[in-house]
Design a protein around this ligand. Structure first.
Ligand code: M6R
Length: 614
């Protein structure tokens, strides 16, 4: 995935584009580029970060203009280098384009254009698109808007684009299919962004384009919205955004990831707002209330997602089977979509996604829908594609998550999934009243409990110092803590590049035990209740082989404390809640290790915040 920005108005455009790109860098950061127009187009592109691009603008003259487009890239076609960076320019040099997405049939379009004499510099599909637009514009002798329209009719794939034609510098044309695009409306000025963060400080009036829509933004004529499939004019729906600019700033923290870890008590409060009012009032999740008949008659629930969201689904399997007594399956969306899975009437499919944009999850949703499943989506980003493609659902309301490694979004997902399981279980009568009350009582104060866990950050930072040279890590957990072991390992590997694997603790003896020696750190999640005594045996097995143990234990633990090299305590709580707490020290451990190793914590190599390609 990539980030695109644009501006047309009366302000100097350079800073708007550069600052906007910096806000979108979480979407991709292997190269960046901008086009600014002031009597003539200036295009500069660079491999690397937006800061590298900035360093190319040494001449004030180059920064002039009040219209322009920009791009920060996560490479799909061709390596991240200057030539493959956007904006891409048509052969005449008149049309420039930035694109987030993939044009699947670019090969066949390219061969037609090659025969017509077009030449291509880059390996990208986007350069093919800009030349297709030019070819149509010139051969049909039509305006840019119409040419974009005809070009998109030929295109198969996904896109959010902004297109500029230097022969008509009062206009930018945008369009969307699959990838997100937001337009900020100012006073006689318009902003474009993959999300609203580039323009939040200037305007909160925003139009989110829907799939198959294009907007022709003309400084003199205003904004015209068209539906591409129907070729009809639409009335734009302008939303008043509630986002705060602080949400997309670091707020005094060194990194977004750290800020987001510390925001978790507040984020979970936001997730529970209006849903869990107090320990003595019933849970209220309106989409469950409304569609309870579906859960009542459900034969099976299938969670589909990717990465961290898949770990949330795995924990939900434990929660839902235990509290609802309905069979549950958890599927990687990328496998599910290609497996021709059996979906029966009465199955509920629950996609989970932070971004609401993940291509594999989206494709799995479409397939499950075609097969007749009821789709109940769990998303963080309001208005995202997945939120719109599902029949109903619930938002996690974790707030903007900018760090590429998911932290607060995951905590909100698992807290919400537990709340859902308790609510549905109570309505079905599959959970004992006393247990329900006990868990609700603890859940209601979870933000305060999390503050307590976070107050141990200095101790966790000290523990991290011991492992900066580790080459491998194992993470072990059982029952509800097994998905947390997987998530802990993923967090460490994605930001510190240390190889880490999560295992169910009992599986260790079936293979991974062969890896254990004095150089192997093993994180053991050994909270009280559940399988505590079994975990003690696993710890003894590790100790006998010289492994270094970092144990996450419940306050007051004595047994594991005697065996472990490092101990991190979390408050005592119900076993259903313990995973929500145990996950926090693992996030902090990964953060401190990665940061002390000098890794780019917020933008780890090769990753992107949401993966909008297969
Ligand atoms: O936006 P989604 O939740 O659908 O994203 C799924 C994964 O790409 C995501 O969780 C990824 O694994 C994160 N980098 C994990 O930190």
């Amino acid at each position: 995935m990539c980030g695109i920005v644009g501006y047309i108005g009366n302000k100097p455009v350079y800073d708007i584009l550069i600052n906007g790109l910096k806000k979108l860098e979480y979407r991709g950061y292997d190269s960046a580029g901008i086009m600014l127009y002031d009597k003539t187009s200036v295009i500069k592109k660079s491999k690397g970060k937006v800061a590298d691009l900035e360093s190319l603008f040494t001449n004030k003259e180059d920064k002039k203009g009040s219209v322009g487009i920009g791009h920060t890239r996560w490479a799909t076609h061709g390596p991240p280098n200057q030539i493959n960076s956007h904006p891409h320019v048509s052969n005449s040099g008149e049309i420039s384009l930035v694109h987030n997405g993939i044009i699947e049939n670019y090969h066949s379009i390219k061969s037609v254009l090659l025969k017509k004499g077009y030449v291509f510099e880059s390996d990208t599909d986007s350069e093919v698109l800009v030349n297709l637009i030019e070819d149509i514009k010139k051969s049909k002798k039509i305006k840019l808007g119409k040419a974009v329209y005809y070009a998109l009719k030929q295109v198969v794939g996904a896109y959010a684009i902004a297109v500029f034609d230097s022969t008509n510098p009062n206009e930018i044309v945008t369009a969307k299919l699959g990838s997100p695009l937001a337009i900020g409306i100012g006073k006689s000025e318009y902003y474009i962004g993959s999300d609203p963060s580039p323009f939040l400080e200037f305007t909160k009036r925003c139009i989110y384009l829907n799939d198959h829509e294009m907007a022709i933004i003309n400084l003199k004529k205003g904004l015209t919205l068209r539906e591409i499939k129907e070729d009809s004019i639409l009335d734009p729906f302008i939303e008043e955004l509630e986002h705060d600019i602080e949400e997309v700033e670091k707020g005094g923290y060194d990194h977004f990831m750290l800020k987001e870890i510390f925001e978790q008590p507040q984020s979970i409060k936001d997730t529970f707002r209006g849903r869990l009012i107090s320990a003595s009032t019933p849970i209220k999740i309106s989409s469950i209330e409304k569609h309870f008949d579906k859960f009542k008659s459900a034969k099976r629930i299938i969670f589909i997602s990717c990465g961290t969201s898949w770990h949330a689904g795995l924990l939900a399997e434990y929660y839902f089977e235990e509290l609802l007594r309905i069979p549950v399956e958890v599927e990687y969306a990328s496998e599910f979509r290609y497996r021709n899975p059996i979906i029966n009437k009465g199955d509920i499919v629950i996609p989970i996604s932070q971004s609401g944009e993940t291509a594999d999850t989206l494709a799995a949703i479409k397939m499950a829908k075609e097969k007749g499943a009821f789709l109940y989506g769990i998303c963080n980003v309001v208005g995202s594609t997945i939120a719109r493609e599902t029949h109903t659902g619930v938002y996690t309301h974790a707030g903007s998550e900018i760090g590429v490694a998911s932290t607060k979004a995951f905590s909100c997902q698992i807290s919400l999934l537990l709340l859902m399981a308790l609510d549905i279980g109570k309505r079905l009568g599959t959970i004992e009243e006393s247990r329900y009350k006990r868990v609700i009582k603890e859940l209601a104060i979870i933000p305060q409990i999390l503050e307590k866990v976070l107050s141990k950050s200095k101790h966790i930072e000290n523990v991290s110092e011991n492992f900066l040279d580790a080459a491998n890590f194992l993470y072990l957990g059982r029952g509800y803590q097994f998905p947390i072991a997987l998530e802990g390992a993923l967090k460490l590997k994605e930001i510190s590049y240390i190889h880490a694997e999560g295992y169910p603790a009992a599986e260790m003896k079936h293979g991974p035990i062969a890896l254990i020696d004095e150089s192997m750190p093993i994180v053991v999640i050994a909270t009280k209740k559940g399988h505590y005594h079994k975990i003690v045996s696993n710890v003894l097995e590790i100790k006998a082989r010289g492994g270094q143990i970092i144990a996450i234990v419940s306050e007051g633990d004595t047994e594991i404390k005697k065996l472990a090299d490092h101990v991190i305590e979390i408050p005592n709580c119900d076993e259903l809640i313990a995973p929500i707490l145990a996950n926090i020290p693992l996030q902090l451990l990964s953060y401190y290790i990665a940061n002390k190793k000098g890794c780019n914590v917020d933008q780890p190599r090769n990753l992107a915040k949401s993966v909008t390609v297969e």
